[in-house]
Design a protein around this ligand. Structure first.
Ligand SMILES: [Zn+2]
Length: 88
């Protein structure tokens, strides 16, 4: 009879272990959220004129002194280039 209790105890412990794994897995999956914000990927660049983060793929670009600059709009690009001319 002692072995009967022992086996029951082991089975219950195994079931609890499985249940805990299942529950903790669910909790981990629920709390895992996609990373958001300005630093989402390497393709995001900051507009030096207005500070907006823009995707390199759809940003307006300007080449100056060998470096490529990215802007959210043509207006920012123009302002950046005009500022460079006035300061030079
Ligand atoms: Zn801008």
């Amino acid at each position: 009879m002692v072995f009967g209790w022992l086996i029951r105890f082991v089975v219950v412990m195994l079931l609890l272990r499985l249940a805990w794994k299942f529950v903790s897995g669910l909790a981990q999956g629920a709390t895992r959220q996609p990373v958001s914000g300005p630093v989402r990927g390497a393709s995001l660049v900051q507009d030096p004129v207005c500070g907006t983060y823009v995707d390199q793929g759809c940003a307006v670009t300007a080449r100056r002194k060998g470096a490529v600059h990215f802007f959210c709009s043509d207006d920012c690009r123009k302002a950046f280039l005009e500022d460079d001319v006035s300061s030079a």
